[in-house]
Ligand binder design. Structure first.
Ligand SMILES: NC(=O)c1ccc[n+]([C@@H]2O[C@H](COP(=O)([O-])OP(=O)(O)OC[C@H]3O[C@@H](n4cnc5c(N)ncnc54)[C@H](OP(=O)(O)O)[C@@H]3O)[C@@H](O)[C@H]2O)c1
Length: 228
């Protein structure tokens, strides 16, 4: 599948590199490729300049957002959650009816000296906002409950830990499950929570995830379900 990854931060990079490694044709979409490649300092989240990463990953193309949207056989949303609808609008998602969108984003709002908060919660979620903004796209929320290195290499964490799916379209969830298998997720690790409204729960797990990272001192952890 031709995969377009919207997102030039650590998450977009991790997913793009790994999806290319497992055999997909992958491009990363951005608003201004030239400006991105010209940047010599770290990005907003402290990641090294994209050009350095690009040099190590010539197999991943970098294209303007509209081109990424137009060429996608599957689109990954790895943009800042508070800007995701704008970023996907820029990618022309409205003109791609039926396109499967794997949404891994969280709508975190970062502030000075306090833990991040959620821009949307409780009665709504980013997954739902994206599905409402692009009603003809097939949005599947997944992978947003873990660090991006765990997303693409689940064996970094021992045990039968899980990845959640939420979305309205069964076929789209099937497509995403196939992709997860390619990344190394066992079928038994995929927990389908139902419709896209279930994204609320996975997104609202973020404050607990952030606390756990603080306490554990690592991002290499994940949820394991043990039922009686
Ligand atoms: N860090 C993790 O391990 C992790 C785990 C789970 C989920 N997530 C989620 O994954 C997403 C990506 O995180 P990240 O740290 O890699 O990157 P990020 O810094 O949160 O987002 C960078 C991306 O957002 C886009 N963006 C920012 N403002 C924009 C705007 N006004 N309009 C259009 N696009 C805009 C940028 O586009 P340009 O390239 O055009 O500048 C860039 O591609 C986030 O939603 C995050 O919450 C992260």
């Amino acid at each position: 599948v031709k995969i377009s990854v919207m997102g030039t931060g650590t998450v977009g990079r991790a997913l793009a590199a790994r999806l290319a490694e497992v055999g997909h044709e992958v491009v990363v979409g951005t608003r201004d490729p030239a400006a991105l490649l010209a940047r010599t300092g770290p990005d907003a989240m402290g990641s090294p300049p994209y050009a350095q990463w690009q040099e190590r990953h010539p197999e991943v193309g970098l294209v303007p957002a509209p081109e990424a949207g137009a060429s996608a056989g599957l689109l990954v949303n790895a943009t800042a959650g508070t800007a995701s609808v704008a970023a996907l609008t820029g990618a022309g998602l409205a003109d791609r009816p039926g396109l499967v969108v794997l949404d891994v984003a969280n709508a975190l709002v970062f502030g000075e000296g306090r833990p991040p908060t959620l821009a949307v919660a409780n009665t709504d979620s980013l997954g739902e906002q994206i599905q409402r903004a692009f009603p003809r796209a097939r949005v599947v929320k997944a992978l947003n409950t873990m660090n991006c290195e765990v997303m693409v290499r689940p064996d970094r964490v021992p045990g039968d830990h899980v990845v959640f799916l939420a979305g309205e379209d069964a076929d789209a969830k099937q497509v995403v499950s196939g992709l997860l298998a390619e990344l190394g997720w066992k079928g038994s690790a995929v927990v389908d929570l139902g419709g896209i409204a279930a994204a609320r729960g996975t997104e609202m797990y973020m404050p607990l995830w952030l606390s756990l990272m603080g306490v554990l001192g690592t991002a290499d952890f994940n949820i394991q379900l043990n039922r009686g």
